[in-house]
Design a protein around this ligand. Structure first.
Ligand code: SF4
Length: 323
């Protein structure tokens, strides 16, 4: 197995904006604009940023649910956008997604047994329905549900239980890699920690690798080995979790961290309030895309785009303050 499970290189996704149905694209939304990162087998990379920054689009590109404008993604050394249909099918089994809204992602007309077991039959992981039922029952128990839940429909469950069904469905096809797209943000706070702990336990047990997408740095702190911070379609900082939380170097990361309450109010960093609107990804600012809101803006920031570079071992930042 290659040292890197997933490699994303200069990934871009632009969505056309049309004025009418038949008209040509008037402009483009730069949803993902030159994103590169690696994920090692068994690790969790947290991908964090405000809504609309391109993190979910990145997740969907990795799963090839979207085609890119340009760039490459290698999974186990194979470039996924040039795979044959047969190889794509096997890759799809190996890469699964857990969605933010567990209710919208479960077919309301299917019973739990079918929802979780559907992929097992499609990918030939079980011989017949009896074997499938046994496997689904095992999975139900593993994610904290009961065997009497087997023949129920999604509407009969709470939000947390539905997310457990979504997790069991992702696990059912024995994947190596899971994109967890804001898997706890739609859940009650009291349930969030339970689902997070479940995901961490399952990672240990099954040797899973996660891309864990969230809009809040506090959510990914405990689950992530490394964290990438995304702003307007680009990664602005990427580091080991410990380094990023102890010594955030990009002003945007510092701002996100300052918004997280800490248990001891005496140690609460001063809140950095950003002024101004989030710029439109259809018309991103010149130079550093954060310059319209950055408290440390310099003249160069509006003119020249900062290079995303290593400033310490395994700590990458795109900011002229680091030049
Ligand atoms: Fe702020 Fe300039 Fe750094 Fe951008 S490059 S984050 S505007 S200091």
């Amino acid at each position: 197995m290659p040292a890197t499970l997933l490699k994303v290189k200069q990934l871009k996704k632009y969505f056309p904006i049309k004025r009418g149905l038949m008209s040509k694209a008037a402009s483009q939304v730069h949803a993902v604009d030159g994103v590169s990162f690696d994920i090692l087998p068994g690790e969790t990379l947290g991908l964090v940023g405000e809504s609309g920054c391109g993190k979910s689009t990145t997740g969907r590109l990795i799963l090839r649910l979207l085609e890119p404008t340009s760039g490459e993604i290698f999974f186990q050394g194979n470039e996924i956008f040039s795979l044959s249909k047969k190889k794509l099918r096997s890759m799809r089994r190996n890469m699964q997604i857990i969605f933010q809204d567990p209710y919208a992602s479960l077919n309301p007309r299917m019973q739990v047994e079918e929802i979780i077991g559907e992929g097992m039959l499609i990918h030939g992981l079980v011989k017949n329905r009896t074997e499938r039922r046994e496997c689904v029952l095992e999975l139900l128990e593993r994610v904290g549900l009961k065997k009497e839940h087997l023949n129920r429909y999604p509407h009969e469950f709470s939000g947390g239980q539905r997310q457990r069904i979504g997790i069991a469905r992702a696990l059912a096809v024995k994947p190596q890699f899971i994109v967890a797209d804001e898997p706890i943000s739609a859940l009650d706070v009291s349930i969030q920690a339970q689902v997070l702990n479940l995901l961490m336990d399952l990672q240990q047990e099954f040797g899973l690798t996660y891309l864990f997408i969230a809009h809040d740095l506090s959510v990914v702190e405990h689950i992530s080995d490394r964290v990438a911070v995304m702003h307007l379609g680009q990664i602005v900082e990427l580091a080991n979790s410990d380094d990023l939380y102890k010594q955030p170097l990009h002003p945007y990361t510092q701002c996100l961290l300052s918004a997280i309450p800490v248990p001891d109010p005496d140690n609460q960093p001063q809140r950095i309030i950003l002024k101004g609107e989030i710029p439109s990804p259809a018309n991103p600012p010149s130079g550093c895309r954060f310059h319209t809101r950055c408290p440390y803006k310099m003249d160069i920031c509006a003119e020249i785009e900062p290079e995303f570079k290593a400033v310490e071992a395994k700590h990458f930042v795109a900011c002229h303050l680091m030049d």
